[in-house]
Design a protein around this ligand. Structure first.
Ligand code: UDP
Length: 498
């Protein structure tokens, strides 16, 4: 049979949160650029954040196959969720709705089975958190690949914690520290930096199902590149035992400014306005401060950040999401006129064109909450980081950035706190010190800048023809073509009904 890439059809299903949707859309585009028919599957409430990227990619990018969007009804009523809550971002301050949201992920099983039968894809690439897609795909004999929007470092660390039952001997919540057994580097963590699920049985059971479904999956597609964390790429294959294709950084598939600025949401400040302001600053002089798509800074913390930035005397872009009231309530007195008004900084209230900003030559530092997309986007832009982890696996990413890659310094946060929970306010002075260490002229800062530039160059090469991530995409495509040749689509007839 003369099958080619153009005959392959892969279905991409992101978990419904911006930090998962954004890289999945990039991933689908990556495969479309190589000639695969890529369909993204999501619910109607999430379609508006994806459709513009698909439209632009189909109209203006060099795809070798157009991308498509397909819809799946969101089981809001069955899960007991109010209408309009189709994305994790709107459930954050409500634990009860979060649990229902998780239930909704399970209830996607039936509609997903219907779509799978209808579209007949050659493979499904679905988020790690969508475990029920594994069962449906297995019953229909469609290979399911797990998409991990997390570092290989974290995946290995998490495996180490589980398999050595590390947390059983360290009481939750405390500052007690422990070394992660059997990892390529000596990594020490504090118990307080790891999510305590001991009093959250439903959440713990949810993550157990995800882990279990990953073990049964066809393999893993990771948003990382071999040269970034080679020890962990090997460890994940050989010790954790997964088949993995490292295809990142997926954000590098966005080549032109429109693609870069359209990721995720409509930007709250015109991209050209950001660029014009950045153009007025010297290369490497600006620090960019952004805490991802989920976390909303408390007012007391915004004030300290503002004070720290002012004291550091470093030009900045500060992204603030979801603050209510007048600026006068949440910025230190006179800050708007004295600092922002005199052109020393820019405040973006809402959604920033992050990768456009990070890749501008004026940007020399990134204060980040260590979400994996942000870490990888910082690395790809060659920008050293000031790490300020909050929750999820962010404390692990901080270790990778600061201790293994040595392209960042920590602001000094030691406690995991869920998105809506109270946490220690980091003082302006701590922020000034950390910003100074990264943006300053000393040997430590120079060394970080040199390494960051090196990693960015490696990232660029990894995704280009001949690079490691380019090769991994090609190998996966080849393997799926071979599989199709041997299995055909006869499985549809003999599959059990889900
Ligand atoms: N992002 C953006 N503009 C913003 C905030 C976030 O473009 O104002 C993008 C960012 O580039 C990244 C994603 O949203 O791709 C956030 O993912 P990450 O893993 O860093 O953190 P999360 O939002 O999941 O906590």
């Amino acid at each position: 049979m003369g099958l080619s890439t153009q005959d392959l059809h892969i279905l991409f299903l992101p978990f419904m949160a911006p930090g998962h949707i954004i890289p999945t859309v990039d991933l689908a585009k990556l495969f479309a650029c190589r000639g695969v028919k890529a369909t993204i599957l999501t619910t109607p409430g999430n379609a508006p954040s994806i459709q513009p990227s698909i439209d632009h990619a189909n109209d203006s990018c060099s795809l070798r196959h157009p991308m498509a969007l397909s819809l799946l009804p969101f089981p809001a009523a069955e899960a007991g969720i109010p209408p309009g809550c189709e994305n994790l971002v709107v459930t954050l301050n409500n634990h009860d709705i979060q649990l229902k949201f998780i239930k909704a992920m399970e209830l996607l099983r039936q509609p997903f089975a219907r779509v799978l039968r209808e579209l007949l894809p050659d493979a499904v690439v679905s988020d790690y958190l969508l475990s029920s897609t594994q069962d449906v795909a297995a019953e229909l004999a469609v290979p399911r690949l797990v998409f991990h929007g997390m570092s290989l470092f974290y995946l290995c660390a998490s495996h180490s914690i589980d398999s050595f039952k590390v947390l059983e001997s360290v009481p939750p919540g405390g500052a007690e520290s422990f070394v992660l057994p059997s990892l390529p580097h000596r990594i020490e963590m504090q118990r307080s930096q790891i999510w305590d699920l001991s009093k959250m049985p439903e959440m713990a059971a949810f993550f157990d199902r995800c882990k279990n479904s990953e073990e049964r999956s066809y393999g893993v597609v990771a948003n990382s590149y071999y040269e970034l964390e080679p020890d962990y790429a090997e460890h994940y294959r050989k010790v954790v035992g997964r088949r993995v294709w490292n295809v990142g950084p997926v954000s590098l598939c966005n080549r032109n400014e429109i693609e870069k600025s359209r990721r995720g949401d409509e930007t709250s400040m015109d991209c050209n306005q950001c660029l014009s302001w950045l153009n007025t600053n010297k290369p490497g002089s600006v620090v960019y401060v952004c805490f991802g798509s989920m976390y909303k800074l408390p007012i007391a913390q915004i004030r300290e950040i503002a004070l720290g930035l002012e004291a550091s005397d470093t030009p900045f872009i500060l992204v603030v999401r979801g603050v209510r009231g007048n600026d006068a309530d949440w910025l230190p007195e006179g800050f708007e006129e004295e600092v922002v008004g005199r052109g020393k900084g820019l405040i973006i209230r809402g959604w920033a064109p992050q990768i456009v900003i990070l890749n501008h030559e004026a940007v020399g530092g990134f204060v980040t909450h260590c979400g994996w997309n942000s870490c990888l986007e910082g690395v790809s832009a060659g920008v050293p980081m000031i790490t300020w982890p909050m929750f999820a696996e962010q404390f692990f990413n901080e270790r990778l950035i600061v201790e293994v890659l040595k392209v960042g310094v920590g602001v000094g946060v030691k406690e995991f706190a869920r998105a809506g929970a109270e946490r220690r306010v980091v003082a302006g002075e701590e922020i000034r010190r950390a910003v100074g260490r990264v943006m300053g002229g000393g040997e430590e800062a120079e060394e970080m800048r040199r390494r960051a530039r090196e990693l960015a160059e490696m990232a660029r090469r990894a995704v280009e023809e001949g690079g490691s991530s380019y090769a991994d995409v090609g190998e996966l495509i080849e393997e799926l073509i071979e599989r199709r040749k041997t299995t055909g689509r006869e499985w549809m007839g003999s599959a059990e009904q889900v």
